[in-house]
Design a protein around this ligand. Sequence first.
Ligand code: C2E
Ligand code: MG
Ligand code: MG
Ligand code: MG
Length: 291
Amino acid sequence: HAKKQGHGQISYYHSFMNEQLKSRVNLIKALHEAVEKREFDIHYQLQVDTQTNKVLGAEALLRWSVMQVPVPPSEFIPLAEEVGLINQINEIVITKAILQLKDAGLLGGTIPKVAINLSPMQFQTSSDAHALLEIASRFASDLPYVRFEMTETAVMENVDEALVILNHLAKLGASLSIDDFGSGHSSLGRLRELPIDEIKIDRSFIRDIPGDPQGEVIVKTIIAMVETMGLDLVAEGVELSSQAAFLIKHGCSVHQGFLYARPVALTELLESEPLMKLLGIGQEKSGNVTP
Ligand code: C2E
Ligand code: MG
Ligand code: MG
Ligand code: MG
């Protein structure tokens, strides 16, 4: 009996492994197909200056679905890095985001800048770096309206390589932002050497304010530090008006979060009344009633 049970367990384990493997293999296959057909969508999340009520930019966030089921970027981006598809995906995001916003007549105007996430891989090997710089130079005339975001960890783990690439991108006219700031361990000295324009406070710190004394100190310290360095600052993941109020009170007025806007497709952005209002367009629609 015991033997039979044991055997059952083993075959269960094997079939479980097979399922896992099959789904991973299938996901990789689907990812290859999606890259080939460029079947990704981009959602845009507005960044708002709460002092002037102006939109300062929009972050491009990649969206992918397999058989109508969305796969989160936290899952497929690492997979794409692993199987060598990240450069192609990066090229798709840069091309689609710039062309979509330009075609809509928004880039550099109503949406002053589009923020595009770079993957840590792009700082690790020179072929990945070259691929990035090649795409960037192809869009050289649009780069004044592009801000590349890379996480603190991605940059700091390869700081010498990153410095060369970031200097190139800056020279081409793009602005640069450190994403998820505070979640890694950077040396402030090294951070000052980088040609960066902006720092984004990681969402995990925004979650703790107001109320958590340690969280409050961290946020206030980051705000003071970024001000000293003369960089722009964005708080990400602002969901509550109490969080917004705390940030504004302590000197951080540019916010990105569900409180203001969720990431949405461009068509949805242009159909949403509150988002259009945030962008300052569409109000003149009631013009035919005026005297
Ligand atoms: P990220 O660059 O830090 O992007 C911000 C993430 O926070 C997005 O998740 C966004 O939907 C989410 N978010 C924004 N506001 C709020 C809020 O108020 N509350 C909460 N709970 N979440 C908020 P998303 O779209 O799932 O992206 C996750 C991560 O995947 C991104 O983090 C970025 O690291 C990566 N990613 C997304 N698109 C791309 C891409 O095109 N290329 C690369 N390399 N990475 C990407
Ligand atoms: Mg980002
Ligand atoms: Mg971020
Ligand atoms: Mg984040």
